[in-house]
Design a binder for this molecule. Structure first.
Ligand SMILES: O=C(CO)[C@@H](O)[C@H](O)COP(=O)(O)O
Ligand SMILES: [Co+2]
Length: 221
């Protein structure tokens, strides 16, 4: 089975020592650093802004995968790009002109991604796929870490894998929410190549991060 890239969500890190936590997951084998940005309006939770991303940037050379759960989203693209985001992913529900939003992200020199909520069908990608470098399938409703994986999203991952393969381009297919050692292999079998994992990475504290990430990659120690 393909070895996935692992993107720990720092939403599950110790917020009192975020720089240290980012360094710890980097050393432990994280491939990307997933940053959940929530505005208390698009989703019922409030997290971090561009100043925190900028402060964390020197702590790792790994790509910063910034998941914007913010509406309206366009106002924030430049600030997160300048703060050091490498990937910026947006929800189509978070602004009136998704295609233009993706154009803007790319014009800022960043990889652009669309995030598909559990209740949103994959056909939202039909006229956007030429504009994306990654697709992020939410396997929980956005807003919180530690929720249970929604099984129905596996069928969506399979459908999006077929859509991506038909483009002939390299587009990452990422899954976010409730990913653990049990659900990870199912996501990979369905066609995912990047797994976001918050609780499953950070559980047990820093001494466990390397083993947790290895287990998500399907490598037993
Ligand atoms: O975007 C989100 C939640 O909105 C995620 O990135 C979660 O933070 C993942 O947490 P776990 O489900 O892996 O604990
Ligand atoms: Co996320």
């Amino acid at each position: 089975m393909t070895t996935p890239l692992i993107a720990p969500s720092i939403l599950s890190a110790d917020f009192a020592k975020l720089g240290e936590e980012v360094r710890a997951i980097d050393t432990a084998g994280a491939d990307w650093v997933h940053v959940d940005v929530m505005d208390g309006h698009f989703v019922p939770n409030l997290t971090i802004g561009p100043a925190v991303v900028k402060a964390l940037r020197p702590h790792s050379d790994k790509p910063f995968d910034v998941h914007l759960m913010v509406s309206p989203v366009d106002l924030w693209l430049e600030a997160f790009a300048e703060a050091g985001a490498d990937h910026i992913t947006i929800h189509p529900e978070a602004g009136p002109h998704t295609h233009r939003t993706l154009q803007t992200i790319r014009s800022l020199g960043k990889k652009a991604g669309v995030v598909i909520n559990p209740g949103t069908p994959e056909n939202v990608l039909e006229y956007l796929i030429d504009m994306v470098d990654l697709v992020l399938v939410m396997s929980v409703n956005p807003g919180f870490g530690g929720q249970s994986f929604i099984d129905s999203q596996l069928r969506k991952i399979e459908a999006i894998r077929t859509m991506i393969d038909a483009t002939g381009r390299d587009i990452f297919l990422e899954v976010d929410g409730g990913v653990d050692v049990n659900t990870a292999p199912r996501c990979i079998a369905a066609g995912a190549d990047v797994l976001v994992a918050g609780s499953a990475t950070f559980k047990g504290g820093p001494d466990r991060y390397a083993a947790n990430i290895a287990a998500l990659k399907g490598k037993t120690g």
